[in-house]
Design a protein around this ligand. Structure first.
Ligand code: ZN
Ligand code: ZN
Ligand code: FE
Length: 750
């Protein structure tokens, strides 16, 4: 008997070749009817004889094209309309569909073959893509994901492209980004006076890179600044012009074989590096190396990515196999996506501009992954719509934090995570935050009733929430860090939360950052923290680790610290420490902090590794890089019995100074310091377990980007029988607290 079914499928089903996939399946199973995009879903009307229909539905339930992700699959019987064949039809507008926007996808193997095939009409064509690959989010203005809703709308398909687009047997059947050199976007090369260069743009670019020039290249989610990764002068020129003395640059390497030549890479890392998202992966660098040491001074890991589009493929040749590829922006400003802005802002940095005429509608930086931890979620991973099985309720906007900002919109049981926005301390980036929030509200059709934000009174995000006129839920920064882990793993019971972080505003108006909680999404108790010390100069303390060295030396040794025979004391004498001490001793305006990040800064400066940060987290990153990973010993510390558990590292500081005076190696001391922190965290958790019986620990906060610390702490905790959780899909830095904010706000409302 002939029957008809309507099937609605949600998830990542648009922009991934889902309709052509349905079409092919339907054609092979004698179905008639249609498939269409509707809102964020795919709608199928299928008619046929019962057995065929059953196997058709079963096949769709169990199979899907690469890149798609099914969230829901609903089948209902409808009246047969007696279609004679099966068609892909134009999108149908609907309301209330759950919307998922596909992220950008790196170029696929088949398209790569096309661009390297001299006989293909896509030979050397930078914008080659198909239903399996190409930009999505970065070019979308509204849903559904159809060509007229993307920045491809300005490019009318030529006859050849149209034929492929309409041919169900073709890989580019209904590929919204289909285009070729005849009809699609194209590149031009200009010098920094705006004069167009006559030669073939990519050929000339490669030549210029080899000659040592810096080129601004418009890519998928924004501009890169590129130069030869083996040319010390170019790299230093880039550092000088970008006013970025030491912050590591990312490197794009021609292919995986070359990556293996320069870096140690395990199977897991290789899978991530070569995955369809193509993020930057932090890899252990092989030394000595022909790559300049000025790419990542003082560090042993290198941020590596592979070319991820036809554009990037063409930046390499047989001589050029590694280029520095850093974000095209002025430091502190958002990534540039617009040609005019690029000329305006980068003309003193770049010598040449390689630009194209396809608009980038949504800014998306490169994502960064370290081991299996996100440092930054952006291109390829954003937007991401994740189901939170334990949450449901009113729609929420979670603003995130001011540092490493990312936000999220929540509706039903799904959180839509934004891409990394950046540091909101510049007006431009704050504007970008506000714009992107508005865009997401439209794209995902969510009007949030509740705004969740940090408690920090000076955060732009807090003020933004307060001004919104909506109900505001403020969530303490480190509780949000821990709640992020609880929500990500759907943990139902109370747990022990360890937030080791830079700084965040505490419940008691002091600055927190080394906190121990017993927490659930309902509530938390701060049962312990690091011994508080003065935070000299507020925010300046985070930029100038020598200040924290002074504070910890004074705290541990008292006034006699001046007699210590270590380089850090000399350094203090040369700085404005003398006046600072007077203010500290007078006790006026002395903000206090329990920040673990500042403790790592202090140790880095005491060891003479880094006195002044030229980028966020430099002192701590260099301390980790310096540490002897094989070290087993640790220093003494104290956890005095009292009302609240306080970890006191004064003995640690005294031992460290003794070892420096005794001529022990920095590497050994740094290794022992890491062990000490891991051991003290474990002891704190152990004490809590004895009292509460809890044996699950969540580790979170920016300090745990330190892989050595994370590994050691996890190991010790597991040896004590703890189950240890950290963020996997969220960054453990401030880019991850938005999920905690959502989860806590959601509970609060109930
Ligand atoms: Zn492709
Ligand atoms: Zn064409
Ligand atoms: Fe934080």
């Amino acid at each position: 008997m002939r029957k008809a079914f309507e099937i609605r499928i949600s998830g990542i089903v648009q922009g991934v070749g889902y309709r052509p996939f349905v079409y092919k399946t339907a054609a092979s199973m004698n179905m008639s009817g249609f498939v269409a995009n509707t809102g964020g879903e795919v709608l199928i009307h299928a008619e046929g004889i019962e057995e065929h229909l059953d196997s058709f539905i079963a096949y769709l339930r169990n199979n899907c094209p690469e890149g798609s992700r099914i969230q829901s699959f609903n089948v209902s019987q409808v009246e047969a309309k007696h279609f004679i064949d099966f068609k892909i039809i134009k999108s149908i507008q609907t309301e209330n569909a759950s919307i998922v926007i596909p992220p950008d996808i790196s170029i696929c193997e088949d398209c790569l073959k096309d661009i390297s095939d001299q006989n293909s009409r896509f030979y050397n064509y930078s914008f080659t893509s198909c239903t399996k690959c190409g930009p999505r989010f970065s070019i979308i203005s509204t849903i559904p994901y159809d060509r007229e809703n993307t920045s491809m709308k300005n490019f009318e398909m030529c006859e050849d492209c149209k034929k492929e687009y309409e041919n169900p047997e073709n890989r580019r059947h209904h590929a919204q980004t289909i285009c070729c050199s005849k009809c699609g976007p194209s590149f031009k090369l200009f010098d920094n006076n705006g004069i167009e260069q006559e030669e073939q743009p990519f050929e000339k670019t490669r030549m210029l890179v080899k000659q040592g020039f810096i080129i601004a290249v418009k890519g998928i989610g924004g501009f890169h600044l590129i130069c030869d990764a083996k040319n010390i002068d170019s790299i230093n020129k880039l550092r000088e012009r970008k006013n970025r003395p030491a912050k590591p640059f990312a490197v794009m390497i021609k292919n995986i074989n070359k990556v293996r030549e320069y870096c140690c890479i395990n199977e897991e890392e290789e899978t991530i590096l070569r995955g369809r998202e193509k993020p930057i992966v932090l890899l252990e660098q092989k030394r000595p190396s022909s790559l300049s040491e000025f790419i990542n001074p003082g560090l042993n890991r290198l941020g590596v990515m592979l070319p991820y589009s036809g554009i990037h493929e063409q930046l390499f040749d047989h001589e050029l196999d590694a280029i520095v590829a850093t974000s095209g922006n002025k430091s502190g400003l958002p990534l540039i996506i617009n040609n005019n802005k690029a000329f305006e802002q980068l003309k003193d940095i770049a010598d040449y501009f390689l630009i194209h005429n396809r608009e980038i509608l949504n800014r998306c930086d490169d994502s960064i992954i370290s081991k299996n931890q996100f440092i930054r979620r952006a291109r390829g991973y954003a937007p991401a719509s994740i189901k939170c099985s334990t949450l449901s309720g009113s729609s929420i906007l979670a603003c995130g934090a001011d540092l490493k900002n990312a936000f999220a919109l929540f509706k039903g049981d799904t959180a839509h995570l934004s891409q990394y926005i950046g540091e909101l301390d510049s007006l431009e980036t704050y504007e970008a935050f506000k714009e992107t929030v508005e865009k997401y509200k439209i794209l995902f059709d969510i009007a949030p009733k509740i705004i969740a934000c940090d408690m920090h009174p000076d955060y732009h995000t807090t003020k933004f929430a307060e001004k919104s006129g909506q109900k505001v839920v403020k969530v303490q920064h480190h509780y949000a860090h821990i709640a992020s882990v609880i929500a990500e793993h759907g943990i139902k019971n109370e747990i022990i939360g360890v937030a080791f972080d830079g700084t965040g505003y505490g419940d008691d108006n002091t600055i927190w950052g080394g906190e121990f909680f017993v927490a659930s999404l309902k509530d938390y108790i701060r049962f312990g923290h690091l011994r508080q010390v003065v935070l000299p100069g507020g925010d300046r303390a985070a930029k100038e680790p020598w200040r924290m060295a002074g504070v910890y030396l004074l705290d541990s040794f008292g006034p006699k610290y001046t007699n210590l025979r270590i380089p850090a004391v000399k350094e203090l004498e040369n700085r404005s420490w003398g006046t600072l001490v007077k203010t500290i001793n007078s006790g006026i305006n002395a903000v206090r902090t329990s920040s673990a990040g500042r403790l790592f800064d202090a140790i880095s400066a005491i060891l003479g590794i880094c006195f002044v940060n030229t980028y966020e987290g430099q002192a701590a990153a260099e301390l980790e890089a310096a540490a002897d990973r094989m070290q087993r010993d640790f220093f003494e510390y104290e956890i005095p019995k009292g009302e609240k558990c306080v970890v006191d590292y004064r003995k640690t500081i005294i031992s460290i100074v003794k070892e420096i005076e005794a001529g022990r190696s920095i590497s050994e001391i740094a290794g022992k310091f890491h062990n000490t922190i891991a051991k003290s965290i474990t002891e704190m958790c152990y004490n809590t377990k004895k009292e509460t019986g809890l044996n699950t620990v969540a580790l979170n906060g920016g300090v745990f980007q330190n892989q050595l610390l994370l590994e050691k702490t996890t190991k010790l905790l597991e040896d004590e029988g703890f189950k240890v959780y950290t963020n996997r899909i969220m960054p453990c830095n401030d880019g991850g607290i938005l999920l905690g904010q959502i989860a806590v706000a959601n509970q609060n409302i109930k």
